[in-house]
Design a protein around this ligand. Structure first.
Ligand code: G6Q
Length: 544
């Protein structure tokens, strides 16, 4: 196990040497800290100086990367090796954004050629819908698109559609994911079925939530326009083209991908069709190009020049050595309001694992608990706990030099908060400073003594600052790929499989058996679950 390696043990000892460090001291001891602990690539500037790391920490984290043969693992992933060993699959979301001239072989087949063939079909379909060459059953141009999918077939494309709304010039795109009937009912209420295209996005085409929503949408369309409308108003994105055909889908409207694309990494594949419909072919290609630029950087740059490697090593340092299991992603851009939600899935489903490559239960902390909201909303909600709470939370602040909506002073005000927060978190305000300020008020000595401790900020709260020029399809592509690779590197350092997701299976299986309980075939459960099911059956029947 990696925790038995000398690299890991040295890091553990090093933690005891540095655990009492304060960022105030690190900065006062080294006036060049900002320039020495920051770097720029692919249009992304990363300042990682406000982290509890020293030159020694960096050196030891690099030794851990070497010990785990990070470079070799990167080559294996990009080269199509079956690194998802519990499912015997290659992991090739990177091939989805590789130029047509690249070659990546899986089982003797160059997958890049296949990928570009399907990408062209998908983009041609999308352009025909956007231009009105392809129309609905009553001859009208499509004005709305409803993407039906869940998890990886929803979060990535919906996050990107929100992020790139500024560039939207196609039909309005809606997303339905929840099997709660409210989601599809509310969405159907917003559209005119004559001008609505449904996309059924499902890698397996068996996901219960998605298929339930897809059949409800199909029924609604048939009720409104008749059975013949289905082939014009439905399209599918899946690896299971047989099941797609059984649904009654027109084969021209079915777009395929492959099992070397993980659901949560699939927005670059035909699963990105809603993005292409919203922003067009050129925008979609720029998104892919931005991600590809990050892929190249990731493969070539040395450890402390390598943006994904830097984020991963620092995150691993906090999670496994510093006992800091919680990480907030805080984009200061309203368009990125679903960014943290997407990476909550990608990160936590990828690295929420506790068994290593040798089948052993690890004796160290793995994936961080990831969450976040856009600034400044978060400041008025949960930042209190980050500043003064007992938990230490690492943060990524993401901002842009230019706003897409440069109205009055908005962007300067937004960014003043952005910089202020990282400064306040790192350096805080000590008791003497608080008392000095309070003495300027008309409070008595006694009142000052009582109030002062509540106003102290200990500081030493760590953060990365990520800055880009402007939110564009290209810069977004690079940013998403940055986080994807960060997650991959962490999986390598922890020796876990970041590309399976067995932890979601048990609940699905139990839900199926509970559906049988509802139909009068009681299964065996614990007393709590049985009691709750009985209560539901009684009250549900009564209410319906
Ligand atoms: C992602 C997961 C999961 C998956 C959904 C939907 O990596 O595998 O979130 O995307 O369960 O699966 P389908 O696309 O097969 O419907």
């Amino acid at each position: 196990m990696i925790s038995q390696s000398s690299a890991w043990k040295t890091l553990k000892n090093h933690y005891h040497d540095v655990e009492d460090l304060h960022l105030r001291d690190l900065f006062s001891q080294n006036p060049n800290r900002f320039s020495q602990f920051s770097t720029e690539s692919c249009g992304i500037f990363l300042d990682y100086s406000k982290n509890l790391i020293t030159e020694k920490t960096k050196e030891l984290l690099s030794s851990l990367a070497k010990e785990t043969r990070l470079k070799e693992h990167i080559s294996k992933m990009f080269g199509g090796d079956k690194i998802n060993w519990t499912e015997n699959r290659s992991v090739l979301h990177t091939a989805l954004r590789a130029p047509i001239t690249s070659k990546v072989f899986v089982d003797g087949v160059n997958v890049v050629a296949q990928i570009h063939q399907e990408l062209s079909r998908m983009l041609q379909f999308s352009e025909e819908i956007r231009s009105g060459t392809r129309r609905g059953f009553t001859g009208k141009k499509f004005e709305s698109v409803i993407n039906i999918g869940i998890g990886g077939s929803d979060l990535g494309p919906s996050m990107v559609c929100e992020a790139l709304k500024f560039y939207a010039d196609g039909p309005t795109v809606y997303f339905v994911s929840n099997v709660d009937g409210t989601h599809i009912a509310n969405t159907l209420a917003k559209v005119d079925l004559q001008t609505t295209l449904f996309l059924v996005a499902s890698k397996t085409f068996t996901t219960q939530e998605t298929m339930t929503n897809a059949f409800t949408a199909r029924d609604a369309l048939i009720n409104a326009l008749g059975e013949s409308a289905v082939s014009l108003h439905f399209a599918a994105m899946s690896t299971n083209l047989k099941a797609v055909a059984e649904f009654g889908m027109n084969p021209d409207n079915a777009f395929g991908f492959w099992d070397f694309v993980g659901g949560r990494y699939s927005l670059w594949s035909v699963i990105g069709l809603p993005i292409a419909l919203q922003i067009g072919k050129q925008g979609f290609m720029e998104l892919l190009a931005g991600a590809h630029e990050m892929d190249e950087h990731f493969c070539k740059a040395s450890d402390w020049e390598n943006l994904p490697v830097i984020l991963a090593m620092i995150s691993t340092w906090y999670s496994s050595f510093y006992h800091m299991p919680s990480h907030a992603i805080l984009p200061y851009d309203q368009y990125l309001h679903r960014f943290a939600a997407h990476f909550q899935q990608v990160d936590m489903e990828s690295n929420g694992k506790s068994v290593n490559r040798d089948g052993q239960i690890v004796d160290y902390q793995t994936g961080q608990i990831l969450w976040g909201e856009p600034g400044t909303n978060g400041q008025h909600a949960f930042y209190q706990l980050i500043h003064q709470g007992t938990h230490k939370i690492s943060c990524d602040f993401i901002g842009f030099f230019e706003s897409l909506n440069p109205i009055g002073e908005h962007h300067k005000i937004l960014m003043s908060h952005f910089f202020a927060q990282t400064e306040a978190l790192a350096f805080g305000l000590n008791l003497e400073q608080v008392i000095f300020e309070l003495k300027k008020s008309d409070l008595s000595e006694e009142e000052i003594r009582k109030l002062a401790p509540h106003k102290v900020f200990y500081g030493n709260r760590v953060s990365n600052t990520i800055l880009m020029q402007k939110l564009t399809p290209h810069s977004l592509g690079a940013l998403i790929a940055l986080y994807e690779h960060k997650i991959f590197v962490q999986g390598v350092l922890w020796e876990i499989n970041s590309f399976d997701q067995w932890g979601v299976e048990l609940g699905k299986k139990l839900a199926k058996s509970i559906l049988s309980d509802f139909e009068g075939k009681p299964g065996i459960h614990d007393s709590s679950t049985s009691g709750l099911i009985e209560l539901f059956i009684k009250k549900h029947t009564k209410g319906s």
